[in-house]
Design a protein around this ligand. Structure first.
Ligand code: ATP
Length: 216
């Protein structure tokens, strides 16, 4: 479970205060994947980073009682000077997992060919996205955090493979996806919420969430 209790978060831009959350309280329960709809620039990334513990709230508390992933696409902990091969083994050791398993899983999922042995600094953004996505799937989490759906890669074969693995993983794990697109959310979640004006409005169905979202 991830619980937000009276959480506020805002940024001072030098001109105005940009409010992301205003004393918001809500829960993400295990086994109930949640899609959060929000317009661009309203705080999707900030919210998911708070869930992961990468961004601190200004006020209130965030409690995690299970294994919560880093957000999909997050490059922290990955060294650009090292290859995907080295990074996957290193991260496996940090998480107490078998480096051979994590390396071979990532090698298979991201399908980078000879680039798997080259420093990540030479990867394209699509290659980096493929590697961090495969790494997230290789590690065992109870809740997976995903910012804007699948990695931004034009590689159709990868998208299909990664999507299939994610759907299989979701039979046991829970996912939180933040997106501006209801189409992205409906692929993975039945329950949905809308982030708007510093509040998170939770609904039982995506249709209900959509009616508030479309009204905006
Ligand atoms: N450190 C910061 N200082 C000032 N403003 C910030 C900071 N971080 C984020 N913001 C602003 O807060 C708002 C929310 O940012 P965030 O990246 O969470 O939004 P988002 O919904 O993920 O955006 P997008 O859809 O464009 O990726 C944006 O207006 C952004 O410019």
């Amino acid at each position: 479970m991830i619980e937000f209790n009276n959480v506020s978060k805002s940024f001072w831009t030098g001109v105005q205060r940009k409010v992301i959350l205003d004393r918001a309280s809500f829960r993400v329960e295990m086994g109930r994947s949640l899609g959060i709809l929000a317009q661009n620039g309203t705080g999707k990334t900030t919210l998911i980073q708070m869930m992961a513990g990468l961004e601190k709230p200004d006020e209130g508390t965030i409690t995690r009682t299970c294994r919560v992933s880093f957000p999909l696409g997050f490059m922290g902990g990955v060294s650009r000077r090292h290859s995907a091969h080295e990074n996957s083994r290193y991260i496996a050791r940090l998480y107490g997992l078998d480096p051979d398993y994590v390396e071979s899983f990532c090698r298979w999922v991201c399908d980078l060919g000879e680039y798997f042995e080259m420093p990540m600094s030479v990867y394209s953004s699509g290659m980096k996205a493929r590697f961090t996505f495969s790494l997230m799937l290789a590690l065992e989490f109870d809740i997976y955090l995903i910012d804007e759906g699948m990695p931004s890669t034009a590689d159709v074969a990868f998208n299909r493979k990664a999507g299939a693995i994610l759907r299989e993983r979701l039979q046991k794990a829970t996912v939180v996806i933040v997106s501006h697109s209801p189409q992205t959310i409906e692929k993975f979640c039945k329950q949905a919420a809308v982030l708007k004006n510093g509040r998170l409005y939770q609904f039982d169905t995506l249709e209900e969430a959509r009616s508030l979202y479309d009204y905006a």
